[in-house]
Design a protein around this ligand. Structure first.
Ligand SMILES: NC(=O)c1ccc[n+]([C@@H]2O[C@H](COP(=O)([O-])OP(=O)(O)OC[C@H]3O[C@@H](n4cnc5c(N)ncnc54)[C@H](OP(=O)(O)O)[C@@H]3O)[C@@H](O)[C@H]2O)c1
Length: 295
């Protein structure tokens, strides 16, 4: 039995599906089982992972845990103790490349370091998946692309090697099921360093439209995000890391290929897989701007 914390997230959902397809039992945690749309053959654990005492239906016989830092946050230690009491021996943390290649404000990196520390101190065998930015963050651009074909944002020249969540889920399954990954930190990126301009162009190729990135001043982006009601952390996190990636591109590794025995999936593949999200629908209002999702 594998316990997935963050089961309705980009990576968690794909990992649940892959585990079930391989014949494993899965316990999937969600705060809202009615909205979760998780597979019928997953054991649903209702509750809030950031308040572990709410996870009253966590089953016995848990072998390993996939842990989302965003979902568990400062409750990670307590959550891992609870999982260990149900039998867990291993934890795989969906951490961030910024732990190893710092960018942006240190407080956002500390969030991941604290969860890694909780895993190290849990007594479980641990594996850290230090992920580059998810290709799926570009879904934040979908409303503007559908409505106008123009993505408005800052630091268009910021370059990273975005990773397809399918690759992360396959590595997560390998780390959950194979104890050989114990004690290892995997720095996981996509295969190519690309700028935001290039991402927009590649989404355009996937939907057969010419799309453009319109450069705005970072302060303009910040003000617009706050005006949309987003908390200050969102522009702080986004703009801080983009500014650094504009100066110096994020890392590119061959870890996915080494671990999976096949090349990492490209951003173009991700865009083709998700082209429907960027296809025009009638009556969609254009937001003031859009940025990438959070790390
Ligand atoms: N996006 C990136 O570029 C990036 C890069 C590196 C690392 N990461 C990390 O990778 C992990 C996985 O990200 P993801 O996008 O797949 O999904 P996620 O952010 O982990 O969300 C997964 C699920 O966790 C629950 N959740 C979210 N916030 C929560 C909170 N504050 N308290 C309790 N539950 C919460 C929600 O499920 P329910 O509503 O069903 O309860 C959500 O659908 C995250 O920890 C993220 O920080 C992301």
């Amino acid at each position: 039995m594998f316990l997935v914390i963050g089961a309705t997230g980009t990576v968690g959902r794909e990992t649940v599906n892959l585990l079930l397809e391989s014949g494993h039992d899965v316990a999937a945690v969600t705060r809202d089982p009615t909205a979760a749309a998780l597979p019928a053959d997953a054991h649903i654990v209702a509750g809030d992972p950031s308040e572990p005492h709410t996870l009253t239906s966590m089953p016995d016989g848990v072998e390993a845990v996939l842990l989302s830092p965003r979902a568990a946050g400062s409750a990670s230690s307590e959550l891992l103790s609870q999982a260990a009491a149900r039998g867990a021996r291993r934890v795989v943390v969906l951490s961030a490349a910024t732990v190893q290649h710092p960018v942006g404000h240190p407080r956002f990196i500390e969030e991941f370091k604290r969860v890694e520390a909780a895993a190290r101190e849990s007594g479980l065998s641990w594996t850290f998946l230090r992920c580059a930015d998810f290709a799926a963050n570009a879904l934040a651009w979908a409303p503007q692309i559908r409505a106008t074909g123009v993505v408005r944002g800052a630091h268009g020249g910021a370059a990273t090697s975005p990773i397809h969540h399918r690759d992360l889920a396959e590595v997560a399954v390998a780390a959950l099921t194979d104890p050989a990954h114990a004690g290892r930190s995997h720095l996981l990126t996509g295969p190519q360093s690309i700028t935001q301009y290039e991402k927009v162009r590649l989404i355009g190729e996937a939907v057969d439209r010419t799309l453009t990135f319109q450069e705005l001043a970072p302060e303009q982006v910040r003000r617009a995000m706050l005006a949309q009601g987003l908390p200050e952390d969102v522009p702080d996190r986004l703009l801080g890391s983009l500014a650094d990636y504009a100066d110096s591109p994020g890392p590119t590794t061959n870890t996915v290929e080494r671990l999976l025995g096949r090349p990492a999936l490209t951003f173009a593949t991700w865009a083709a897989d998700n082209s429907v999200a960027f296809t025009a629908r009638t009556g969609t209002a254009a937001p003031a701007l859009g940025g990438e999702g959070r790390a």
